[in-house]
Structure formats: structure tokens, C-alpha cells
Write a protein that binds this ligand. Structure first.
Ligand code: ADP
Length: 591
């Protein structure tokens, strides 16, 4: 059975391993297919963008370019400069006006404020800059008067040690620049932004810088690549261009935009397939979208050179098991478990059955031997005595009488033995019949003990009758003869399993509604382990077998069956080497 269960377990393991291999190859196929499809979707989307850029950018909501707002910019690059078409503001113009026309008033105001400042008259200087601010976009010192005034005030506050106001001014200046409130050139923007800087580079500035770099490149007639990435210290930007290289439109987008407007179109394809998308830079392999690579990861990759996309595309299996596979494995395991359990349980039952059969066979052969022995002893005595009597070889009348008594005793013993076996047979086959009458238990016990005593005159045991009489006399409804057999068996056992001279007590009690007959001896006692089994048919205790005490092993099982048929029970209390007490409990009869 164990070998069968182990084989089943081994087969199950092989089956699961095969399942795993199959699942792995299926997952590889799936990744490859999905990689191709993801690339196709990305290519299509980017082609749509390029087409949209070539016609009317910004207006095309179908292509997702409508989403080009803060993290993306669409610009037209031409020899004259850069023009923003959509998306984030362009913070400055990459071109410098050759000779910006300065405003006379503004210049005069700037100078006077600067003079006050250098004299240390800060309040007057600040007032001067306030006045200058009112000139707005009028150019002085190559920048709009409003910005020149902010920059001037910033420096005055710093000098005067007014940190609060200085910070507020810096923030306001940064805000103006960030919102492209006044038109500025690249160098002015960079100069002013450096003055105001206590912040990180904004997305708008990154995009404006990128636009300037593209413009610069296009001015140098560098060929415009339709799809590329532009590295910046804050991370790469996607550039999609359309149109002739001398005058083309470019979309510049951050990875947030790419994820939202581009990668999102692929996510529908990948959802629920146990994979995710990652985009890596083809230059240095850095992961731009999705989580970076980890060792042993199962993935399908499409290189930028094959696909024409600006990234290497990876389809990566998400860690963790395929839920379908896990479910199938669980079912398989459960099925196998049940099968193994069946095999083992079956094995156990068969084993138990065989053990029982063997035990029964052993008990039966012991029983046959015991019964034969039980018969042989009295029969031998009877045969020998009758030989003597028949041959007239008896000394006197007294001996003759003794021989007759012996013959009678042995004959009665044989009769009892046969009756016991017949009773046992009847009870076993469920054919026992009882004639229930009202029985005075004390009276029955007394007469039974007397009878037993008479039969065992030579017994060296002391057999005590119940001492006190119970009033009213306890009575039960029982078959007198059957109950007598029970008592006889118990008395016989008490005698057999007690040393010579041992005392045997018989007593009658009332226990609530019940009547109890107790037979106690001071004999060998019964070990705990045997106390249940001795009531089973043919079972003999170790004491009986070791000491070769006569018996068939059916007495107690017969007694218990009779008592139980009367609605009562037979139990035992025992201490090894001290003695045992058997208790017959019967429901009392209402008189
Ligand atoms: P047996 O013919 O062997 O006496 P029983 O069914 O009467 O068969 O008893 C079963 C076993 O119970 C005995 O073999 C013996 O080991 C044990 N037994 C019964 N009565 C006593 C007792 N009074 N003291 C000790 N052991 C007993």
C-alpha cells in the first residue's frame, strides 16, 4: 500500500512538473506574441502622432495629442525661431534680437534706481524699481522692464538683509518666468532664472530647453530623426518630428506623457495576461518606463533597431504564478491526496481485517484446545471411577458413596459446561429466550451461593454471603436461571483467579433505581489493558494462560450478554495482585 501511495505521489509530482514545463513554454509563447503586438500598437500610435503633427497638431484628439498640455510641447522649428503650437508654454525664445530697442524712460529709471542702490538708499531704490515695473514689456538692459525691476528689487532686498522680501521677490520672478509672462530670450531667461533659483528645473523649462536644442540642431542642418529620445539631466524626453527638416513640427514629451498617452494604449492588450511592459533606452539600457530589469526575469525583448521605435521594448512576466495553473495544480494535488488517502485507508482496513482474522483464528484454536481439556478432565475421572465401581474394586460402603458423589460432581460440571456452551451458542446466534419473572435478588444470591458452596465443599476458599438484609427486598425482572448462570460464572472465576484461602464476598446493593450484585475477590486482579477485552468471546487473560488455569474464555462474554439482555450491565474494577470486583447492575423492578 505504501509503495502504491509512493508511486502515486511520484506520478503526481511528474505530472505537476510536466504541467509547469508546459505552462512555462506557453508563457514564453505568450510573451513573444504580446511583444510583437505591443510593438505594433506603439508603432501605429507614433505613426498617428507623426501624421497629426504633419497636418494640424494639437487639434487631433483622436491621436491622444489633445492630452499634450503640461508634460509635453508641440513646436514648429524654422530658421526664424521656435513657435509653440500646443502643450506647455515655451518659456523663452531661442533667438536673441540682435539689438533690442531699449526704452529710454525705462533705462533712465533703471539707472536712477541703480544709483540709489549703490548709495545704500534702499527704500528709494525699491521705489525706483517699482516705477520701472510699470513700464512692463518695454525693454531695458535687454529684458522687459517688469523683469528688470523684479531682479533689481531682489538684489536690494538681499543687500538690505531682508530675507523674507528677497525670497518673495525671487518666487514672484520665478513665477513670471515660468508662466512666460514676458517674452525673453534664452540668455535673459537663464540669467534671471539663476537669480530666482531656489527650486528644481520645471517641466516647462525642460521642454523649452529641449525645443531650443532641437532648433539649434536643425539650424546646423542635422538630419531630423522622426522618432528619437533626447537625454536631459532629469531623464530622457521623447521627440517625434514631422515635416521637412528645414521647417518641421516636433512633439517633445516627458515620460509621464509617454506613459499616459502611449503606454496606456498597450495596457489593454496586456491586462490579465500576467505580463507588463517596460521600455529601455537603447543607448545605455536604462529603463525609462516600467520597472527595471532583475536577474532571472522571464521576458521577450524587441530591440529599437528592429522596430524603429526609440526604445527597446520588453514584455516581462509578472512574478508569481499563473492563477489558472495554480488552480489546476491544487485540483491535481487534491485529487492525488484523496487517491492516496483511499489507498492508505483501504490498506489499513485490509490490514486490520487480516489481523482480526488471524486473532479470531488463534482464539478459536485456543478455545477448541481449552474446551477439549475442560471435557477431558471430568471424563477421565468419570471413566476411572466407573471402572473401579464396575470391577467391584471398592473397599467399603463409605468409599463407594464418595465415588458416587465424585461422579455426580463431575457429571454436574460437565452438564454446566455443556449448558454454558449451548447458551453461548444461542446468545451468539440471537436465539436466546428469557422467561422474565420477578426475582428477589437477595434470595437468589443466597441460594446460588449455598448451591456453589455445596458443589465446592472441598474448596479452600472462604465464601461469604451478603451480611445484612435489605428492606424492602430488592427485586428485578429477570430469567432466574440465566441470572443464576451469571452469578455462578462470577463465583467460579473469583475462585479460579484467587489463591487458596482467599476470601470471596458477595453483596447486594441498591443504587438509585438499580440493584447491584457485587462479587469481590482478593485474587490476581486484571491489568488495565485487559479489562475491556476479557468480556469478548474466547478472550482469556494473561493470568489465565500463564498459570494454566482451566477455562474456555466464554464465561464473561456470556454473563455480560445475559445482563445486557436484561437491560443492565456487567462491569469490573480491579487492582493487580489485590483483587477484582465484578458488578452486575440491573434495573430494579417496582414491586
Ligand atoms: P475463562 O474461562 O478464561 O475464565 P472468562 O470469560 O470467564 O473465561 O474470563 C475471561 C478472562 O478474564 C479470564 O481468562 C481471566 O483472565 C479474567 N478474569 C475473569 N475473572 C477474573 C477474576 N475474578 N480475577 C482475575 N481475572 C479474571
Amino acid at each position: 500500500m505504501v509503495a502504491l501511495a509512493a508511486t502515486l505521489g511520484w506520478l503526481g509530482r511528474r505530472l505537476i512538473e510536466n504541467e509547469n514545463d508546459l505552462a512555462r513554454s506557453r508563457a514564453t509563447d505568450l510573451r513573444e506574441t504580446l511583444a510583437d503586438r505591443a510593438v505594433a500598437v506603439l508603432q501605429q500610435r507614433l505613426a498617428d502622432w507623426r501624421q497629426a503633427l504633419g497636418s494640424s497638431p494639437a487639434s487631433d484628439s483622436e491621436t491622444g495629442l489633445a492630452g499634450c498640455r503640461d508634460d509635453c510641447i508641440v513646436v514648429r522649428l524654422s530658421a526664424d525661431g521656435v513657435r509653440r503650437l500646443a502643450g506647455s508654454p515655451l518659456l523663452y525664445s531661442p533667438t536673441e534680437s540682435e539689438n533690442p530697442v531699449s526704452d529710454r524712460f525705462a533705462t533712465a529709471m533703471l539707472q536712477s534706481a541703480g544709483l540709489e542702490h549703490s548709495r545704500g538708499r534702499y527704500r528709494e531704490a525699491l521705489a525706483g524699481y517699482d516705477r520701472l515695473e510699470s513700464r512692463g514689456a518695454a525693454v531695458t538692459a535687454g529684458m522687459p522692464a517688469a523683469l528688470a525691476a523684479r531682479a533689481g528689487r531682489l538684489v536690494v532686498h538681499q543687500r538690505a538683509g531682508d530675507i523674507e522680501s528677497g525670497l518673495a521677490e525671487a518666487r514672484a520672478l520665478a513665477r513670471d518666468l515660468e508662466a512666460a509672462r514676458w517674452p525673453v530670450s534664452y540668455s535673459t531667461f537663464k540669467y534671471l532664472v539663476a537669480q530666482a533659483r531656489e527650486r528644481h528645473v520645471s517641466t516647462a523649462e525642460r521642454l523649452s530647453d529641449a525645443a531650443t536644442r532641437l532648433w539649434d540642431a536643425s539650424n546646423r542642418d542635422a538630419p531630423a530623426t522622426p522618432l528619437t529620445t533626447l537625454d536631459t539631466p532629469e531623464g530622457p524626453l521623447l521627440v517625434v518630428t514631422a515635416g521637412a527638416s528645414s521647417k518641421h513640427v516636433a512633439l517633445i514629451a516627458t515620460s509621464t506623457f509617454v506613459e499616459r498617452e502611449l503606454v496606456a494604449t498597450v495596457s489593454g492588450l496586456l491586462e490579465g495576461r500576467g505580463v507588463r511592459l517596460a521600455l529601455d533606452s537603447p543607448k545605455d539600457g536604462r529603463t525609462l518606463v516600467g520597472s527595471s530589469r532583475s536577474a532571472g526575469e522571464r521576458q521577450a525583448m524587441r530591440l529599437a533597431v528592429e522596430t524603429g521605435l526609440p526604445w527597446n521594448v520588453r514584455i516581462v512576466s509578472i512574478d508569481g504564478e499563473d492563477p489558472l495553473l495554480a488552480r489546476r495544480r491544487a485540483t491535481l494535488m487534491a485529487g492525488l491526496g484523496v487517491l492516496i488517502l483511499f489507498v492508505l485507508t483501504g490498506g489499513w482496513f485490509v490490514g486490520r481485517g487480516v489481523t482480526r482474522e488471524l486473532e479470531v483464528a488463534r482464539l478459536k484454536s485456543e478455545f477448541v484446545a481449552a474446551v477439549s481439556h475442560e471435557f477431558r478432565t471430568p471424563l477421565t475421572t468419570i471413566v476411572q471411577l466407573s471402572e473401579l465401581l464396575r470391577g467391584g474394586r471398592v473397599a467399603g460402603e463409605a468409599d463407594r458413596q464418595a465415588y458416587y458423589d465424585l461422579l455426580h460432581g463431575e457429571g454436574t460440571r460437565l452438564r454446566r459446561l455443556v449448558e454454558r456452551l449451548l447458551n453461548f451458542g444461542r446468545i451468539e446466534s440471537g436465539q436466546a429466550e428469557y422467561r422474565l419473572v420477578s426475582v428477589d435478588v437477595s434470595e437468589l444470591v443466597r441460594s446460588c451461593v449455598d448451591e456453589f458452596r455445596a458443589a465446592r465443599v472441598s474448596s479452600p476458599h472462604e465464601l461469604a454471603q451478603p451480611d445484612e438484609a435489605i428492606e424492602p427486598p430488592p427485586s428485578v425482572r429477570a430469567d432466574r436461571e440465566a441470572l443464576g448462570t451469571v452469578l455462578w460464572n462470577l463465583l467460579e472465576n473469583a475462585l479460579k483467579y484467587s489463591p487458596d484461602g482467599g476470601r470471596i464476598d458477595v453483596s447486594v446493593h441498591r443504587a438509585g433505581e438499580n440493584v447491584e450484585i457485587r462479587v469481590s475477590d482478593q485474587g490476581v486482579g486484571i491489568p488495565e489493558a485487559e479489562r475491556h477485552r476479557i468480556f469478548e468471546p474466547f478472550v482469556r487473560g494473561a493470568a489465565a494462560r500463564d498459570r494454566q488455569i482451566r477455562g474456555t474464555g466464554v464465561g464473561l462474554s456470556l454473563a455480560r450478554a445475559i445482563v445486557r439482555s436484561h437491560g443492565g450491565d456487567l462491569t469490573v474494577d480491579s487492582v493487580v495482585d489485590r483483587g477484582s470486583t465484578f458488578t452486575v447492575r440491573l434495573p430494579g423492578a417496582t414491586v
